[in-house]
Ligand binder design. Structure first.
Ligand SMILES: Nc1nc2c(c(=O)[nH]1)N[C@H]1C(S)=C(S)[C@@H](COP(=O)(O)O)O[C@H]1N2
Ligand SMILES: [Mo]
Length: 345
């Protein structure tokens, strides 16, 4: 009983330390601020997801039964493995001394069903992971590097495998410590997590990160890969109808059909809506904020009384139209079009 009590006291002392370290953290000003969000990137439509997802509403997907509480002062990150000529161990202050980079990036979970809620857009603050890797001597496979997989490990034992090429190809792959102007919430990975535009979270977004090992896809399968998910998983093009809600009963007349579309790192160039399998109508797109960021859209529907099915599809920056073929989330993300049935009165 004594040992149990001591254990609990130690646990709560560690938690208090972690909470104090988060409370006392003053985020650095970004040396590279997020590009200005253009006027018109946010549409004024009731029921539409906001352009920036507030931290309290941001989806959470992880295997942690108890959210890890790590003291930033005790935090260490080790970078080691194949092709690392100068192994690195960093503390939190070392990160804060580096050039801070701020970017808006939309995160998506591979387990998101078509039309589902596991997607959100936040303003992240952190440092460039590619720079740290370069300093450690790592070269991407395209430059003759021997490691094609970066395995991130968290304090709670999660392993997440990311293509080294993607992290080093110039995209804004971050070791992030800030989210929407505050230190990362504990639920979202305090003190430090990875964020890589264009890849589903399970192959890129390690929360509570503590270790990065350079290896190969041949040599090692990460946690979800061992459980039948794909080794590589770029985010698929999707559009979601936020309003009207399923089985809503709007009044006949003009009804705003609106939602968000995403195809991170390719961007969204077109969204179309159709009613009852009729002709496709181009939706009005919000101003483009960047290819790693979702895009709002709206279509003014001249709604007539009766039951109707609304359906949406997006086109990405390569010109590829979102596939109609329905697939489940396993092994590399759901496909198919989101549709909503409404009863116009
Ligand atoms: N340590 C850890 N990191 C993790 C996970 C996890 O289970 N444990 N889940 C991943 C998955 S599947 C996703 S989609 C994102 C979700 O990040 P969020 O909870 O901040 O939205 O975190 C990723 N990072
Ligand atoms: Mo996920």
């Amino acid at each position: 009983a004594g040992a149990g009590l001591l254990g609990r006291r130690l646990t709560s002392a560690v938690q208090a330390g972690a909470e104090a370290s988060r409370r006392d953290l003053k985020l650095p000003a970004p040396a590279s601020p997020a590009p200005a969000v253009p006027a018109g990137a946010e549409l004024e439509v009731r029921g539409l997801s906001p352009f920036v997802t507030p931290n309290k509403d941001f989806y959470r997907v992880d295997t942690a039964l108890v959210v890890p509480r790590v003291d930033a002062g005790e935090w260490r990150l080790r970078i080691h493995g194949k092709g690392v000529t100068r192994p690195v161990t960093l503390g939190f202050q070392d990160l804060l001394r580096r050039k801070a980079v701020e970017r808006d990036i939309t995160l998506t979970c591979v387990s998101n069903e078509v039309g589902g809620p596991y997607v959100g857009n936040a303003r992240w603050l952190g440092v460039r992971l590619a720079d740290l890797l370069r300093e450690a001597g790592v070269r991407p496979p395209s430059e003759g590097g021997r490691a094609d997989q970066l395995v991130a490990r968290s304090v709670d034992g999660m392993t997440i495998g990311t293509p080294v090429e993607d992290v080093m190809d110039g995209r804004d792959a971050l070791l992030a410590f800030g989210m929407n102007g505050e230190p990362l919430p504990f639920e979202h990975g305090f003190p430090v997590r990875m964020v890589v535009p264009g890849l589903y979270g399970y192959v890129s977004a390690c929360k509570w990160i503590k270790d990065i090992e350079l290896t190969t896809f041949d040599a090692y399968d990460a946690y979800w890969v061992k459980r039948s998910w794909s080794r590589r998983a770029p985010i698929k093009t999707q559009a979601r109808i936020d309003t009207p809600r399923p089985f809503a009963s709007p009044k006949a007349g003009t009804v705003a059909v609106a939602g968000v579309a995403w195809a991170q790192h390719r961007g969204i160039t077109r969204v179309e809506v159709r009613v009852d399998e009729g002709p496709w109508h181009p939706a009005r797109l919000a101003a483009p904020a960047g290819r790693d960021i979702w895009r709002q859209w709206v279509w003014e529907w001249p709604a007539t009384p009766g039951s109707h099915t609304l359906e949406v599809r997006a086109t990405d920056g390569t010109g590829a139209v979102q596939t109609a073929r329905r697939a489940g989330t396993v092994p590399d993300g759901a496909t198919g079009r989101h549709s909503v049935v409404v009863d116009v009165t």
